[in-house]
Design a protein around this ligand. Structure first.
Ligand SMILES: O=P(O)(O)OP(=O)(O)OP(=O)(O)OC[C@H]1O[C@@H](n2cnc3c(O)ncnc32)[C@H](O)[C@@H]1O
Ligand SMILES: [Mg+2]
Length: 197
């Protein structure tokens, strides 16, 4: 059997790691450094890019990170990349209450993956978004805001559906599919260059 390409994912979030394992484990041997990297203030892309630069320096080699967000239509996309701090301070019930005065309950779940070939190598960005709405909590509470995000086209929240189903269309699936495509092309290129040498 061919050995799997190694891929280093830096995250302090075990739920992300578990989903990544399901999304990439077939072709890649996913290694993990568990650090809660410092996060700057900025757009999801800026946050992910900076996390990735830092992660590549720490790992001294190829690495990827991701930053996830949940933005409310009624609040022009906020909290977005700051959702973690809102979740930590007001909880999922508090997030639902934030939209009490609004009829617009729309929300966008985003995953911004950043990959760097190593220290000093500019991170490449891959994004995935899923449109949905904010609803009363439904389902298991083990992963972040999953219980209150109902993706468009589904009757369930992320938390009340099987994770195997979430992984077929989620914001993370969409971003990771682009990373996978990129890495597979890069591998092909390296193989063809090796033949030419
Ligand atoms: O170390 P990192 O990778 O940064 O892990 P983190 O937990 O700090 O993650 P983020 O900075 O990306 O913050 C995103 C927040 O949203 C939560 N989250 C991320 N992906 C999610 C998903 O698919 N479903 C529900 N909640 C999610 C996560 O638990 C955080 O509270
Ligand atoms: Mg974080």
């Amino acid at each position: 059997m061919a050995t799997k390409q190694k891929l280093l994912f830096v995250t302090g979030n075990k739920n992300k790691l578990s989903e990544m394992q399901d999304l990439l484990g077939d072709h890649f041997q996913l290694d993990n450094i568990s650090i809660d990297l410092p996060e700057i203030q900025g757009s999801s892309i800026e946050v992910a890019r900076e996390k990735c630069r830092k992660a590549a320096e720490i790992a001294k080699g190829p690495v990827y990170v991701e930053d996830s967000g949940l933005g409310f239509g009624a609040l022009n996309g906020l909290p977005g990349p700051y959702i973690k701090w809102f979740l930590d301070s007001v909880g999922i019930e508090g997030l639902v209450k934030m939209l009490d005065g609004y009829t617009d309950k729309s929300a966008i779940a985003s995953c911004t993956v950043a990959y760097s070939a190593g220290p000093g190598s500019e991170p490449i960005i891959f994004e995935g978004i899923v449109k949905g709405s904010i609803v009363d909590p439904l389902g298991s509470r083990h992963f972040g805001w999953d219980p209150i995000f109902k993706p468009d086209g589904y009757e369930d929240t992320y938390a009340s559906m099987d994770v195997a189903l979430k992984n077929t269309f989620s914001h993370r699936f969409l971003a990771v599919s682009k990373l996978r495509q990129y890495l597979e092309k890069e591998l092909e290129l390296r193989k063809s260059l090796a033949v030419m040498e």
